[in-house]
Write a protein that binds this ligand. Structure first.
Ligand code: NAD
Ligand code: PPY
Length: 353
């Protein structure tokens, strides 16, 4: 499997390191530097194999290249994965600090070819610690002089994507419409709050009962994790992990719109074609979830204010409008149209366009 991943990848560099003391396995995948230094978050979680961790890093790094290009940000794509020997909550503080310190050292080796930030399993506070040893970390907490978590901006962007996608499906107001949210983490919970403010009818799920309890505070109906893909909805918002829509799910999911925060939502390109065939409006993940990248790069590279970041995040709706129009005009899936938009921005770099 590892040979298949490595030979099938079109990225620049994939570095790995194993630490005997913590038993953590570190991967940094630098996919592209065409538009600028590579950037993308650090995912820390338990994996069933190191090959799976490498595969995840490489696929996520590729998605970051598309995300930066589609959002017109001057960065390339990369991602770090730290494969932990056991779930994050079972790692003691001293071990975690050593893991972050080794990660910082790895970043320094790459010396600015790749910049990291928070992702699943890491936080702004972790970036504060990484930044003490290596400057190549975005997303420090406000207390440490950084712009803070990317999650609120990601949720704002996903909400803009939901509204644009709903319009494309003929739904002009979300009030009274059913939005099904899978995953109530940093992004999903904020999305639930935004949607409840617009009087949407929420159906939500998470594997963590405490998060489900909090969402009930927004008037949400809670269902079991394995029920959410069967719930009839106007909008399905995947905000947990990737690859939730495979061909079988695409053939039966009872919704009009799919727009969420998770990276690599579709198992493969054929799934996007099936969603198109069924008339389901799919907001390509790397367009819909770019709010966090816009926040981090906007604040830390481009010197934008929080208001300027907010205005750029709302442009996700405009970008999607363009993707939908191109998809209709050429008769291709929205996923294909968005990939072509990103590819055009990657090939135009350095030319007088
Ligand atoms: P998070 O870890 O805070 O939240 C994920 C949530 O999903 C958790 O509450 C977890 O319990 C839940 N979950 C996991 N498996 C589940 C399952 N099978 N069914 C239901 N719930 C499940 O992560 P986040 O920061 O909210 O990010 C959510 C997704 O969006 C991730 O895939 C992440 O890569 C992606 N994303 C996040 C950002 C960001 O700024 N945070 C930016 C772009 C993309
Ligand atoms: C993501 O959007 O998936 C990210 O990883 C966001 C990001 C962007 C730039 C640096 C670090 C994290």
């Amino acid at each position: 499997m590892i040979e298949f991943s490595l030979t099938g990848w079109n990225g620049l560099l994939c570095s790995t390191r194993y630490d005997h003391e913590t038993e953590a396995f570190f991967v940094i995948a630098v996919h592209s530097r065409t538009r600028g230094p590579a950037a993308g978050g650090t995912r820390a979680m338990h994996y069933s194999s190191y090959a799976g961790a490498i595969d995840d890093a490489m696929r996520l790094a590729g998605a970051m290249t598309l995300k930066m290009a589609a959002a017109d940000l001057p960065m390339g794509g990369g991602k770090s994965v730290i494969a932990l020997p056991r779930p994050r909550h079972e790692i003691d503080d001293l071990t975690w600090r050593r893991i972050l310190s080794i990660h910082a050292e790895n970043l320094s080796v790459l010396n600015g070819s790749y910049w990291t930030g928070p992702d699943v399993g890491t936080t702004s506070t972790d970036m504060d610690l990484v930044h003490i040893e290596s400057t190549f970390a975005f997303g420090r907490s406000a207390a440490a002089g950084g712009p803070g978590s990317s999650a609120p901006a990601t949720a704002q962007g996903v909400f803009a994507a939901i509204k644009a996608s709903a319009r494309e499906a003929g739904i002009n107001r979300l009030a009274g419409r059913r939005i099904a949210i899978q995953g109530l983490g940093a992004v999903g919970m904020e999305l639930a709050r935004l949607a409840s403010q617009d009087a949407a009818n929420l159906v939500v799920t998470d594997v963590d009962p405490e998060r489900c309890r909090r969402a009930r505070g927004f008037g949400a109906l809670v269902v079991e994790p394995d029920e959410i893909l069967q719930i009839s909805s106007d909008v399905f918002a995947p905000c947990a992990m990737g690859e939730v829509i495979d061909l079988e799910v695409a053939q039966r999911i009872p919704t009009a719109v799919i727009a969420g925060a998770a990276n690599n939502v579709l198992a493969d390109a054929a799934v996007g074609d099936e969603l198109s065939r069924r008339g389901i409006v799919y907001a390509p993940d790397f367009v819909a979830n770019a709010g966090g990248a816009i926040h981090l790069v906007g604040r830390e590279v481009l010197g934008w204010t929080a208001d300027e970041v907010g205005a750029h995040v709302d442009l996700i709706g405009t970008t999607l409008g363009r993707v939908f129009a191109d998809s209709r005009r050429r008769g291709v899936s929205t996923d294909r149209a968005a990939r072509d938009l990103a590819a055009s921005r990657l090939s135009l770099v350095g030319t007088a366009s």
